[in-house]
Write a protein that binds this ligand. Structure first.
Ligand SMILES: Cc1ncc(COP(=O)(O)O)c(C=O)c1O
Length: 461
């Protein structure tokens, strides 16, 4: 029997098709014109409210008008992380294939929670996780889960680490990381109930790297004070400078001391696909848990982070639940048992489609291009009087400072100027500018023009 399209909250199929094509057209037109837009558009709250605030609609509205408002106002006023001249924070140079995967999954309201309700999406997620483990060099048998991003992945990893190594909360347990560790990790430790005096934020050495000897010293001091060293957190590509901690030495130390090694590769881990990156990331494969974000350097749209855990069952030991009302859903693999979400969309579909569409070789080349673009930016900055390289290009990040103008001022001018957007950060108390060049669609000319434009903005005293 044909469905009745007078049923509640439905649209006639032809209308869904027409609107769906409009949405696709809007996206395709947006992507085709992306280079002509500023990378970041910061709206005025009053102006946005004037367009968007209205009484709660009681009656049906015009969907075409609403779509125009969404594309023209809501989605216009934001940072465009996939813009080829968006170099701030960590860009998200997503591929349109990922969008197709998300649209398909959302259109079919796919769920990846428990076996009986999600066999297809579950097996797809298992396949994608195995592909990711292989791409990143993690051993066969590694388990994982796809989450919203790096923050959720590290929070989930640290909860699993605590369950595996401590069996629960222990007020004497101590965690070691560096002053360059991402703030989402210290926040995760706070959420998990670690007191500030149980988190050793060790000063980094040269190149902003964690110093294994300093970690060993801190562990020894804590042991002799009767505390319980438990987890070591290393970063594979720090947000500030793209630095990779000495992973092999830290893995040796963690093994010798019986510590769980969590590696935050949220942004940098995909560099393992390239020869250059593999050498830098040597030892990453020995992590007990690894966070890597496909919505950063694996070209997926928001939101998708991957958590990979070496020890089978460690996630389930922290997260499994089996209430009576879910008995009928339980089967071979239940992703609800590997992380904090019960209802979960499938994030695997967009990754699976992206990898199938382009293949790993093209993804490897795209990652390598990001590394090369940062090297080009470094060379252009070195060749331009007034700039100082503060940290050289590492995993697609370069930091620099100008003799005439402050980093915060230049970054603000760049946003207003609308050509290219760097980010400002602070290294050992010194404000610096930073470019993160992971978008493979950025051209060499755009890198050169960005350096020229930033120079103009710096000299505009
Ligand atoms: C190294 C690192 N870790 C963690 C995160 C947090 O990731 P997310 O924003 O996806 O939660 C970031 C974000 O840029 C990052 O660069």
């Amino acid at each position: 029997m044909a469905p009745d399209h007078d049923e509640p909250l439905s649209l006639p199929p032809e209308e869904v098709r027409r609107l769906g094509y409009r949405v696709v057209d809007m996206v395709v037109d947006h992507l085709a014109g992306l280079r002509d837009l500023p990378p970041v558009v910061v709206g005025e709250r009053a102006a946005l409210e004037a367009r968007l605030r209205e009484p709660l609609p009681e009656a049906p509205g015009d969907l075409d008008e609403a779509l125009d408002l969404a594309a023209g106002v809501v989605l216009r006023n934001m940072q465009h992380g996939d813009h080829p001249r968006f170099f701030a924070r960590v860009p998200s140079p997503s591929s349109p294939v990922g969008m197709l995967g998300d649209a398909l999954a959302s259109g079919m309201n796919a769920i990846a929670t428990s076996w009986v309700g999600s066999t297809g999406p579950t097996v797809l997620e298992l396949v994608v996780l195995d592909w990711l483990a292989e791409m990143l060099g993690m051993p066969a048998g590694t388990e994982g889960i796809l989450l919203s991003g790096g923050s959720a992945s590290s929070l989930t990893a640290l909860a699993a680490a605590r369950a595996a190594r401590l069996g629960g909360h222990d007020p004497d347990a101590v965690v070691y990381c560096s002053d360059q560790t991402h703030a989402s990790i210290t926040r995760a430790l706070r959420i998990l109930g670690f007191a500030p005096d149980r988190v050793r934020l060790l000063p980094t050495g040269s190149g902003f790297r964690l110093v294994p000897g300093a970690v060993a010293g801190a562990i020894a001091a804590d042991r002799s004070a009767g505390l319980r060293p438990f987890c070591l957190i290393a970063t594979a590509g720090t947000t500030n400078t793209g630095t990779v901690d000495p992973l092999a030495a830290l893995a040796d130390l963690a093994a010798a001391e019986g510590l769980w090694l969590h590696v935050d590769g949220a942004y940098g881990a995909p560099a393992a696909l390239t020869e250059q990156g593999r050498a830098l990331l040597d030892g990453m494969e020995r992590a007990d848990s690894l966070a890597a974000d496909p919505h950063k350097w694996l070209f997926a749209p928001y939101e998708v982070g991957a958590l990979l855990v070496r020890e089978p069952g460690a996630l389930a030991a922290a997260f499994a639940m089996e209430p009576e009302y879910l008995r009928d859903t339980t089967g071979e693999v239940n992703f609800r048992d590997r992380g904090p979400q019960l209802t979960r969309a499938t994030r695997a579909l967009k990754l699976w489609l992206t990898i199938k569409a382009f293949g790993v070789d093209a993804i490897r080349d795209a990652v390598a291009r990001g590394i090369a673009l940062a090297e080009r930016a470094e060379a252009a900055l070195r060749a331009t009087p007034g700039w100082e390289i503060v940290t050289p290009a590492q995993l697609a990040v370069v930091t620099f400072a100008h003799e005439r103008a402050g980093a915060v001022d230049i970054a603000a001018r760049a946003v207003a100027d609308g050509y290219a957007v760097p980010t400002s950060t602070v290294l050992r108390g010194r404000p610096v500018l930073r470019l993160c060049t992971i978008n493979p669609r950025t051209t060499d000319e755009e890198i050169d023009a960005t350096v020229a434009r930033l120079t103009e903005l710096a000299e505009r005293a």
